[in-house]
Design a binder for this molecule. Structure first.
Ligand code: 13P
Length: 210
């Protein structure tokens, strides 16, 4: 996809997330690979009001080539790309229900949200919990890097989700699925719940390999 179109898509999807309350203020960031590097939303920008021409462009090593200063989470996005060469886009949000789950005490770090629905398994799959580090901290990017080869979706404790995808649209769809599943998970707290069995999850993975 050409870079002009990719910039427009980032702005359009950012606005769509913003308009539906999945991001707010200047929270969250979106990146996507282009022919000679990658594009990343500028730091302190509102995803609902992105100017495609001002989106930051970085080289494959993460150095700014043009545009406004990049998101403070650029190291985190870069870690995802370096560990997942097949990924073409990364989305990070502070979407409310995912953040709420990320603040629950006693979460299983290997499965912070159980397999509630088929689409959660198909779009998000194996979610990993990343311990808390401050936003923009190199240690946060390193903690994501340590999990990225096995997990395209991670939940940052007391912070929010990060999801990589093979296309920008796939990454956005997956993080939206994660947010809705987090909402279901919270709704089901205190209710006896039948989660998908290991066999049902394996069947979905066979039918719909990621
Ligand atoms: P930036 O404004 O630097 O992209 O940071 C926003 C954010 O979501 C931090 O986690």
């Amino acid at each position: 996809m050409n870079e002009v179109r990719l910039r427009e898509d980032m702005a359009q999807l950012g606005k769509s997330l913003y308009d539906r309350g999945l991001t707010f203020g200047s929270a969250g960031n979106i990146s996507a690979k282009c022919a000679d590097g990658w594009l990343l939303t500028p730091t302190n920008s509102c995803l609902g009001r992105l100017d495609p021409a001002r989106i930051s462009k970085l080289d494959p090593q993460g150095r700014l080539l043009s545009g406004d200063p990049p998101s403070k989470e650029s190291f985190l996005h870069l870690a995802m790309y370096e560990e997942r060469p097949q990924s073409a886009a990364v989305v990070h949000l502070h979407s409310t229900h995912s953040v709420a789950v990320s603040c629950l005490d006693g979460l299983d770090e290997h499965q912070p949200i159980p397999p509630i629905t088929a689409y959660y398994v198909m779009r998000v799959g194996d979610l990993a919990l990343v311990p808390y580090y401050p936003p923009g901290d190199k240690a946060l990017a390193d903690a994501v890097r340590a999990r990225a080869s096995k997990h395209h979706a991670v939940l940052l404790a007391n912070h929010g989700p990060v999801v990589a995808g093979n296309t920008l649209e796939a990454a956005v769809n997956a993080i939206e699925e994660l947010e809705e599943t987090a909402r279901l998970f919270l709704m089901l707290q205190g209710h006896r719940t039948r989660f998908l069995t290991g066999e049902q999850v394996a069947d979905l993975q066979r039918r719909y390999p990621s």
